[in-house]
Write a protein that binds this ligand. Structure first.
Ligand code: GLP
Length: 244
């Protein structure tokens, strides 16, 4: 695990953008693993800027997102599909059918299980993920792999922890249905990526970052699984690194 501490959140986004562009330049058919949340927004903004100034093309890139809420439509304002279209896909030249976000609109367990299996198969068919971008939850989750998730887990249904529901409440209107379930890549799926880049910024993430890097390997801190990955890079701003 390589840990890089940079002065600001902007530097973290620029560093991550360089990593993404390096993978795109190095591979004929690059496969990116992408994340949602507020942390990678600055990265996506930077990538859109580089695309607009013709420094990079996503024409041959395939993407797989980590997770999606269960029970809301793709077109829902708060779906992760909408998030990705808005912050990245609609503004670059990636081919829409090459972008993958878990299909999780159904509330039927059998349909969701099949969707999870198909997602794993699609990742395999694409040749596996070259670079997986990650954020980290306040409780150390990656994707929606909440504490107690198995390090061997694959794409599946997960119940969101109370603290995650509370943290994400700000995105939903008062009284609006807020999903408590998600379809998420597993920790095993994430560890299969050829490289992983976890971004964390801001003081609120400092405890989770410390547990991930300096704590024991523990299912109580899902991100600590990255200690097992040979090419995992953790890129932090000074605030997120303040307890190391
Ligand atoms: C969500 C996502 C995670 C993300 C986390 C942190 O729960 N499923 O992939 O890392 O939030 O988000 P933020 O960057 O907004 O703190």
């Amino acid at each position: 695990m390589q840990v890089i501490i940079l002065p600001s959140a902007r530097d973290v986004a620029l560093y991550a953008a360089d990593c993404v562009v390096d993978v795109i330049d190095a591979r004929t058919n690059p496969v990116l693993g992408l994340a949602t949340g507020s942390t990678p927004i600055a990265l996506y903004k930077e990538l859109v800027g580089r695309y607009q100034s013709k420094q990079v093309s996503f024409r041959h890139t395939t993407s797989f997102n980590l997770d999606e809420y269960i029970g809301i439509a793709d077109s829902h304002e708060q779906s992760y599909r909408t998030f990705m279209n808005r912050h990245l896909f609609d503004a670059i030249d990636i081919i829409a059918t090459n972008t993958h976000v878990p299909l999780a609109e159904s509330q039927d367990a059998g349909t969701l299980k099949k969707s999870a299996q198909d997602y794993e198969a699609s990742i395999q068919q694409a040749g596996g993920i070259d670079l997986q971008i990650l954020g980290i939850g306040l409780n150390g989750h990656i994707g929606f792999n909440e504490p107690t998730s198995s390090f061997a887990s694959r794409t599946r249904i997960k119940t969101l922890s109370e603290s995650t529901v509370v943290a994400n409440k700000r995105f939903f209107k008062d009284g609006e249905f807020q999903p408590h379930l998600a379809l998420t890549m597993g920790i095993g799926t994430i560890l299969d990526s050829r490289a992983v880049l976890l971004m964390a910024t801001g003081k609120a993430k400092a405890e989770a970052v410390k547990a991930m890097i300096e704590g024991p390997l523990s299912a109580m801190c899902p991100a600590s699984a990255l200690q097992l990955h040979e090419t995992a890079t953790i890129v932090l701003d000074e605030e997120a690194a303040s307890l190391l």
